[in-house]
Design a protein around this ligand. Structure first.
Ligand code: AFP
Length: 333
């Protein structure tokens, strides 16, 4: 393997996220630094959420708000706080002209019409796990806007399609906090060292195993899965694969990314078009997954080939080790 100057392994051990982003930026002579700043803004908001997640039980941040978000799901206090933190960080940063979030029905205009980028975000995914100290995460997706700089951004900026993402990733608040992202080349992970207040490169150039023996789905929905999915799961059981399902997409995805496995959220009776959101859950994870050697499909087409038509569109999602995803596809009609 050739180790070029921009390769993560060419960097000294103990590389901070900031240094890594700067280093990557210099590999692109025409880069203006705006995308780099946007990634730093997201990382900063992630540090704040890390702090709040870690003290949630102590300062009455657990529990619900008693209201529902646009998805009709009960909104948790931390959901709302994370939404505010990320929106604020992106507004103050100045590089994003608009944001969409799981928590808001409409586009949020940042007031910075000169910003080149738009961001789709799920500020705190897996919120049903907040109160019980189980891993949760933030998922983000960044596009270069298609509307003219200086004008008001529009829906078209967000409905470009997954292959036009310029960066995507997630922050997992788990046994440690890790940010994993790609700008379309390699996928890299940075573990947060709270004592230093820095994300440190810990998982350079992630290559996921081609095959695995772990499957992640909500077994309680089994009866409403289509026959092909049930057949595939029966085979997984016959082969004595391991079932692992946390109910936080980021956590299930991250484990499978590193260890090899498949995550499945098929259509169900309750969610006939799938439960997960295309723009701020499936697209970013699919973009990252492909860079790490995984596959992501809705069952009918590659996730990244789906043409989005609305901000909060849902999709079925099958994502993970390519051999497992291809085997599953062999069972789908
Ligand atoms: P919440 O944020 O409402 O907990 O939803 C989490 C999620 O979008 C995704 O992170 C999980 O994998 C999936 O839904 C869990 O859904 P089920 O509870 O239906 O299995």
């Amino acid at each position: 393997m050739e180790i070029t100057a921009s390769h993560p392994l060419a960097l000294p051990v103990g590389v901070t996220l900031d240094r890594y982003i700067m280093h990557r930026q210099t590999a692109f002579p025409y880069a203006t630094g705006e995308l780099s700043q946007l990634l730093r803004d997201i990382a900063l908001a992630g540090k704040i959420i890390h702090r709040e997640v870690n003290r949630a039980g102590l300062i009455d941040l657990t529990g619900g708000m008693g209201v529902q978000n646009v998805q009709g799901e009960s909104q948790q206090k931390l959901d709302m706080i994370a939404n505010i933190r990320f929106s604020r960080a992106l507004k103050n940063g100045g590089e994003a002209c608009a944001i969409i979030s799981e928590e808001d029905e409409d586009i949020i205009f940042t007031g910075n019409n000169n910003g080149k980028y738009v961001v789709a975000i799920d500020p705190l995914d897996g919120s049903s796990n907040i109160d019980v100290n189980v891993s949760i995460g933030t998922i983000f997706s960044i596009y270069r806007r298609v509307t003219a700089i200086g004008t008001e951004p529009s829906l078209a900026d967000f409905l470009q399609g997954g292959r036009r993402q310029v960066a995507a990733g997630y922050i997992l608040y788990g046994s440690s906090t890790i940010m994993v992202y790609t700008t379309g080349h390699s996928a890299n992970g940075f573990t947060y060292d709270a004592s230093l207040g820095e994300f440190i490169l810990s998982h350079p150039d992630i290559h996921s195993p081609a095959d695995g023996q772990t499957y992640s789905c909500n077994d309680g929905n089994l009866d409403s899965y289509e026959a092909g999915v049930r057949e595939y799961l029966t085979i997984c059981r016959q082969k004595e694969y391991t079932a692992r399902y946390i109910g936080s997409l980021v956590a299930d995805f991250h484990r499978n990314l590193l260890k090899g496995g498949i995550y499945l959220y098929p259509p169900t009776k309750k969610s006939p078009t799938g439960k997960l959101r295309l723009l701020y859950e499936a697209f970013p994870l699919a973009f990252l997954a492909e860079k790490a050697g995984c596959l992501a499909t809705s069952g009918h087409q590659a996730i990244l080939d789906i043409k989005p038509t609305s901000l909060h569109q849902r999709t079925p999602l099958f994502i993970g080790a390519p051999v497992m995803v291809e085997n599953l596809m062999g069972h789908l009609g």
